[in-house]
Design a protein around this ligand. Structure first.
Ligand SMILES: *Cc1c(COP(=O)(O)O)cnc(C)c1O
Length: 360
């Protein structure tokens, strides 16, 4: 069996021990005589799987007691509507910071549900930096301030936490949750699809402060009403059971590896190898401001984009896949989430050197 180095932005590579464990438990989970897929979500077996996933997530992220952890469906794009439906009703308006393609999508969707103020934007600079907080024009009456903590496409990431005073900070953390420790108490709400750094697609994690529950617009579907889901332990509707189980295995694996501090060290080491190489190259280039570079998604361009296809083909031949950049920015992108081993990044850089020597 050969596993590739999979640089996909998502669904993304998962830790091999997690996949092996899932394979081992596929037919008969812990002597239950059932696969997790076949279990009632209200049976004692699945209730224990669900509770363990939540407790690991709370432990790893240090989630305070006055926050609910929900496991929902709909993905981060679903949350682009679900967040305003649940939170914007307080004042009818919200602030959004525009740092790239994912923020843009969030902003567009939110406009259906209330008044959206774009408090800051890096669009004029082609989304290559995070706007400094001193430049943000925040509305003290906003129901919340929305950011995307890591722009998966543009490769820009917040390495600081905005201070929004009494206005709750909401973050789309789909592509950097679990990559390093964060202070949950600085946020009102965090959401993340699992398929980048936490598990398979199908489950969306929402971490929400208690006082933000109970303000949903009347049009909010019951399955997407945070308060109703919180009251029902995320089981108002059938939760994505198998995806929650795999996420639980991933969280357990992260804990065994030393938790989020260890993940951060591992991710910094990987990103440094790649960015150092890019910065010392005249052939490859990353356009992002150094302070705002993502540890998770590293976009880069070749000197001559007519070589892109040859680059991708050569990478594939060496077992390195999914390096093509997003169509909106072109070039390449290496996504190097928690589960990407350092060997994968070293192999990529070795290949990049070799390719440059042949074509540079
Ligand atoms: C992948 C991604 C999304 C989209 O997630 P879906 O599961 O397709 O809804 C949204 N935001 C960010 C930051 C992402 O990385």
């Amino acid at each position: 069996m050969t596993r590739v180095f999979n640089f996909s932005p998502g669904p993304a590579t998962l830790p091999e021990p997690v996949l092996r464990k899932a394979a081992e438990e596929m037919i008969d989970w812990h002597g239950s005589g059932m696969s997790v897929m076949e279990m009632s979500h209200r049976g004692k077996e699945f209730i224990s799987i669900h509770a363990e996933a939540e407790s690991l997530l709370r432990e790893l992220l240090g989630v305070p007691a006055n926050y609910k952890v929900l496991f929902l469906q709909g993905g981060a794009i679903g949350e682009n509507a679900i967040v305003p439906m649940n939170l914007i009703g307080k004042s009818g308006k919200a602030d959004y910071v525009n740092t790239g393609e994912w923020s843009k999508k969030s902003i567009k969707e939110a406009k259906t549900y209330g008044k959206v103020n774009v408090a800051a934007s890096s669009e004029a600079g082609h989304f290559t930096a995070i706007p400094k907080q001193s430049e943000w024009k925040l509305d003290p009456e906003a129901s919340y301030v929305h950011i995307c903590s890591n722009e998966t496409i543009g490769g820009v990431e917040y390495h600081w936490t905005p201070d929004t005073g009494k206005v709750p900070l909401v973050a789309d953390m789909s592509s950097n949750i679990m990559s390093r420790p964060i202070d949950i108490s600085k946020y009102g709400l965090i959401y993340a699809g699992a398929q980048k750094n936490m598990g398979p697609s199908g489950v969306t994690v929402v971490i929400v402060r208690d006082d933000l529950l109970g303000h949903a617009l009347p049009i909010t579907p019951s399955a997407f009403n945070y308060q109703l889901q919180a009251e029902n332990d995320s089981m108002y509707n059938t939760p994505p059971t198998y995806a929650i189980y795999i996420a639980g295995l991933v969280l357990k694996y992260i804990k065994e590896q030393g938790g989020l501090k260890a993940m951060e060290a591992h991710n910094k080491a990987k990103a440094a190898i790649l960015y150092d190489f890019l910065d010392n190259s005249g052939f490859y280039r990353n356009p992002v401001a150094k302070d705002d570079r993502s540890l998770m998604n590293v976009p880069f361009k070749l000197k001559d984009d007519s070589l892109d296809e040859a680059f991708l083909k050569g990478a594939q031949a060496k077992g390195m896949i999914q390096l093509k950049g997003h169509r909106s920015v072109g070039g390449m992108r290496a996504s190097i989430y928690n589960a990407m081993p350092i060997e994968g990044v070293k192999a990529l850089v070795a290949y990049m050197k070799e390719f440059e020597a042949q074509h540079g």
